[in-house]
Ligand binder design. Sequence first.
Ligand code: SAH
Length: 248
Amino acid sequence: MDIPRIFNITESAHRIHNPFTPEKLATLGAALHLETGTRVLDLGSGSGEMLCTWARDFGIIGTGIDMSQLFTEQAKLRAEELGVTDRVKFIHGDAAGYVADEKVGVAACVGATWIGGGVVGTIELLAQSLRTGGIILIGEPYWRQLPSAEDVAKGCLAGSVSDFLLLPELLASFGHLGYDVVEMVLADHDSWDRYEAAKWLTMRRWLEANPDDDFAKDVRAKLTSEPERYATYTREYLGWGVFALMAR
Ligand code: SAH
């Protein structure tokens, strides 16, 4: 079981697989006023940076589930590096349908809401693991400006314009589901660059190390086209944020 190989290549050097910087992750943790011992569940935990740093900085107890074997391994190494192996656990597996045995204070899915079939389904899934009064974290893209045509959405690697909402609409949609938005931390151009531009050097290094790999042609094509595609579309049109929700 694994995710498509391209992500394991392009994001192999990422600690955060989203347009967030370590500073923004720390800002989010501080904004939530996490108490020592708070249980945090993270579906699609990637390389574990959120759980590991929050365990170090705020004393949370975390469980992460991720389908990438590589990222899960990296998460375990990061836990060792930060000295938090007694506080965090990383499971390699499909997070679809995953419900925690013990209710958590924070249930998160940060940039992987397809796990629950979209935002609505993911909130429903996370709610099953949440203690009363707990916080759900959803990391999700939104349109900074509405694309004028479908090819702009495709340029942003979205399926269609209808895949995402404008920020006010996204915030309103949480309300319609019966949740208060109690906090949010948003990506900006610099944090987007840390996510997207950081893939380019990783691809270049991978190509140098693996010139004869079957996949080299695809990676080469991507490295050639990505900077211009990103600057034309994603950087201009796509926002991203983590939204903290509490049931009304
Ligand atoms: N939340 C992490 C990772 C976001 S990227 C971070 O912010 O760094 C999306 C993650 O979802 C990837 O790590 C990918 O491996 C994982 N993923 C994709 N489908 C999944 C599934 N069905 N179950 C668990 N993890 C999944």
